[in-house]
Design a protein around this ligand. Sequence first.
Ligand code: 6GP
Length: 831
Amino acid sequence: VEASIPEPQREAWTKNQFESFKDQGEFEKEVVRHVETTLARSMFNCDETAAYSATALAFRDRLIKDWNKTQQRQTFTDSKRIYYLSLEFLMGRALDNAMLNVKGKDIAKGGLNELGFRIEDIISQENDAALGNGGLGRLAACFLDSMASLNYPAWGYGLRYRYGIFKQEIIDGYQVEVPDYWLDFNPWEFPRHDVTVDIQFYGHVRKSQDENGKTVANWEGGEVVTAVAYDMPIPGYDTPSTNNLRLWSSKAASGEFDFQKFNNGEYESSVADQQRAETISAVLYPNDNLERGKELRLKQQYFWVAASLYDIVRRFKKSKRPWSEFPDQVAIQLNDTHPTLAVVELQRILLDKEGLEWDEAWNIVTATFGYTNHTVLPEALEKWPVGLVQHLLPRHLQIIYDINLFFLQSVEKKFPEDRDMLSRVSIIEESQPKMVRMAYLAIVGSHKVNGVAELHSDLIQTTIFKDFVKIYGADKFTNVTNGITPRRWLHQANPRLSELIASKTGGYDYLKDLTTLNKLEQYVDDKDFRKEWAEIKYANKVRLAKYIKSTLDITVNPAALFDVQVKRIHEYKRQQLNIFGVIYRYLQLKEMSPEERKKQAPRVSIFGGKAAPGYWMAKQIIHLINNVGSVVNKDPDVGDLLKVIYLEDYNVSKAEIIIPASDLSEHISTAGTEASGTSNMKFVLNGGLIIGTCDGANIEITREIGQDNIFLFGTLSEDVEDLRHNHTYGKHSVDSGLQKVFEAITTGKFGDANDFGALVSAVRDHGDYYLVSDDFQSYVDTQKMVDEEYKNQEEWVSKCIRSVARMGFFSSDRCINEYAEEIWNIEPLAV
Ligand code: 6GP
């Protein structure tokens, strides 16, 4: 890198660079300087918010240095880069992570203490960057962490939403949504007012002839909106590599602002255009595993994809390489189908702007893209009405039709005898109205397609994409089982456990190679180690109990079994099965004599998660959980034996408190519906056991940690279809235990029965699509087993330790290395 600096300036440029804080004194000086100058406040009225801001700025200064160097090095070496396109990045807080990666947390702790603050209080001042819904967005955040930590030259591209996922309040047992305006003070983003791209919408296509007589398409007219880049540094762990996350913000294109109107005093209408432009990046769509065909959403997608591709192409063109080398320099990963228009946009750029021939362009496109599928749920598979695409992106629709034409011609050649094949695999669905099937477009436009856990990758190849396996062969399809970053999800969230592990495995190397955890296995029978382990879990539970007390004013006993289900509320994730099970437990407790009750294991059932604002059934589930809580929690017959807690506004920073405190967590989706799940990995890594179905990554977790260390129950994925068929056409009777639960609900034990009619009849009268009744008995039986096993704490703790020791596979580092090797063909950059 130094060689890239011009000789005369080299010395001046490279000397006197500042490093991480030399000592506590230097850190304090920096904080005070930022309070007094950058924030223009006096230390005499420096509150926690100001102390947070100044601390963040002090660390940011260090981060920027590494960031600049990394970018310079990437430019200089000119090696292949990976671009991760995701409409969601669920980052959470950044300060703790920056402290870890810049190395200076201990100094900051001491320094803040001396200035009169506790580091935990300062860290918790930060707003979460909540630019995502759930698993898909959090996975993208873990991937950024791993790509930086492994020194891959990687960029994330997304949208800078002014409002992230809404904040959830629970009022009278109902979810209420409050906007999440998170940008008040965000030291982690850098506006790049000089990096802008004009994005076109609407208009029409005019064909003309160029000087060689070749027909060229000109996309003309319509409206233009400007994309402005905002960059966020992504530091790696134990490496100076600091990558970039570039988020685009929309604003009116210069020249769009109507000065004439403004001059005439029509202030309001003159800013209307501006507001319309800004709407594009205003808000994150709050649906998880659901697509609704809204025009603004399609506008968001194109806006973000077009700006990102412009940026990527601009960077490539600086290298002056021939176009054929584009795929050697650029890999683009599509995080689900949301960025699929990028396939069309790149083809358009190569064809219309750069003058390449169709085949030449198309070979470049398909060699560049990879597509990750995150769900098989039909309601989540993206489709856009042809008419809408035509209206918004007329040239793109033409290209989509051409892609489809050439694709179908090749299919017809290969399968002349299969007459239905063409309509089955067509990118255009011949429905009323016609629809563009984005997943099919993504498959056709990519060289690799992957699922996110073994079962899921098998399922996509045998169900929703099976024709494409026939067409392209099995090699195009692969699996990359999801992972999580151990830096955030063990070291940051559970510092004491991390320290204990480090003391036994030879330091913090395990944070770089998670398989090192296997050294813990030799301590499973070590009584002292087990004791320390159990004490840490208990302390984490005390911390959560305090949080529950402070937010809900409910006292829970930290010695009780903490049973946690936190994730988006969805029928397929089956929080309804959980709460029905809780009701069943409650009814049983009520029937027992006081003597019998004394023998029962106390439990705290903890729920958390948001429902999409338009998902009525999910909101009913939240309501029922809260109503059950308000009955159970004040029932003196039950006391400590059962508490039901709904934690408001589940998000990344709350997950960091909740996950380390769980004894048991629930991952109980109907088999075949949860693509992977990633919180299952987080819970086990933090020394909790799980109860789960044979679904998603639960299956691989079982394989790694051993069947004895997990509570599996329920229908297998291969039996789901038959059961559903029987529900519809055969006879279907509700499980007898569940009937008692329904009786309690419908007789008004938990508030107005009418409120929960739909929840009950979905199971009882409407085919029980999610097999709640089929799995109910085995669920409560398995919970009984949990109660029994929890009584033997020595054995329980041994299982936890053994499980953690075997979780090495689930690091997102492993995952990223697999993508790099199998899909991106990219090497880390030496530092
Ligand atoms: C989620 C899947 O539901 C979850 O199982 C998986 O762990 C996660 O993706 C990461 O791969 N899918 C979504 O959130 C989604 O909206 C379109 O998919």
